[in-house]
Design a protein around this ligand. Sequence first.
Ligand code: NAP
Length: 366
Amino acid sequence: MSSHKLKCSILGGTGIVGQNYIKLLRDHPWFEIIDIAASPRSEGKHYYEAVKSKWQMNCNIPEPVKNLIVRNVFDFNSLDPELDFVFSAIALPNKDDVKTLEFQYAQEGIPVISNNSANRWTPDVPMLIPEINHEHLKLIPIQQRRRNFSHGFVVVKPNCSIQSYIAPLHALEQAGYAVEKVIVTTLQAVSGAGYPGVASLDIIDNIVPYIGGEEEKSEMEPLKIFGTVTDKEIINRTDIHFSATCIRVPVTDGHTASVNFKFKGSIPKLDEIIDIWKDYRSLPQELRLPFAPENPIIYLENVDRPQPKKDRDNDKGMAVTIGRLRKDNILDYKFIALSHNTIRGAAGGAILNAELLKAKGFFEKR
Ligand code: NAP
C-alpha cells in the first residue's frame, strides 16, 4: 500500500546533518525518506556501507533507510519521480556549486530546504526561522515567477550559531521593546564542523578562538531574518547592530552564546523580560506543527544553567534554553543562551521549515 506521507530525499545524507535528518525523521507523521544522495565516493553503496563508522547517532540506522542505494547528488537521471521535496545538507568545496545544484533541483520541480549557507544571501530566497519570519514565505511565488520554476523553489535556514539568541531578541521586539545593539560571544560545539571536523589534537584540552566565516554570518544573518519582505525581495533591517566573537569549544553538541544587549527606547524590568520569554509563542505553536517546541524559549532560574550537556535536548532539541539574565554595566542586560546546533540549528530547524511549508500548501503534488 502506498504511503500517504510526503516523500523526501536527504542531499548530503551521509554527513553529520544528514544523519540527524535520518534519525529525526524515523517516525515523522508527514514525511518519509525515499532517497539519499551524497558524493561520488558514496554513490552506488547501500546507505549503511556508505556511512560505516561515520554513523554518529545514538540509535541504529533506521531499517527503511539502511539499505537505500546512495545516489550521486549530481545525478538527475535517477531521480525518483515520486519525490515531493529534498533537504539539502550537502557540503561542496565551492559554495557557487551548491547554489547551482540547489537551483537545478528547483528547476526539476523539486522544492529544496537547505542547511547550506550558499543561498542565504540570494535576494529572492527566504532564510527562515518559522517562529520569527514566516511572512518571508511570500517570496516563494516571486522566486518561482522570476526563475520560471513551475513547482520547485529554494528556502534556506540560517546558521546554527544564531539560533540561541535571535528568538529571545525577537520575543522582546514582539512585546514592543526594540533592540538596537547586541554583543555576542558564541561557544560552539565540534559537531558544528561536520565529520570528521576539528582534529582531536586541536580541540581536546583547548579552545580555538576562530571559526572561519562564522562571525560574519552571526552578525549579518539576523539582519535578513528581521528584514521586511517587499513584492521583489527582502530589505535587510538597518537599525539593529550585532558584534560577534565565535569560539570552538570541546563540547560535542550544543552552541552556547553569551549575549549583552541594549534597547532602543524603553527598557523593561528584569522580571518582565523573563515573563515575555516564558510566554513567547508563534505560528508553529498555533499550527501545532509536529516539530514545534511547546515553549520555544525555556528560561531556567538556576544560576549555573543552561549547560550543553544538561539542556541541549530540551523539547526534542528544538527549544532555546536561557538563563542568567542580569543587568549589564555598559549595555542594558546580559544573558546566556543555548541551542542544539545539529537539531534546532540544522536538521530539526529545517524539518520545522518543511512542516510550515506543508501546512501552508507549498508542497502540492507535482
Ligand atoms: P559533513 O558531515 O561534512 O557532510 C557533508 C556531506 O556532503 C556528506 O554527505 C558528503 O558526502 C557530501 N559531500 C562532500 N563533498 C562532496 C562532493 N564533492 N560532492 C558531493 N557531495 C559531497 O557536513 P555537515 O556538518 O553535515 O554539514 C552539511 C551542511 O550543513 C554544510 O553546508 C554545513 O555548513 C551546514 N550546517 C551544518 C551544521 C552543523 O551543526 N554540523 C549546522 C548548520 C548548517 P560523502 O559522505 O559521500 O563524502
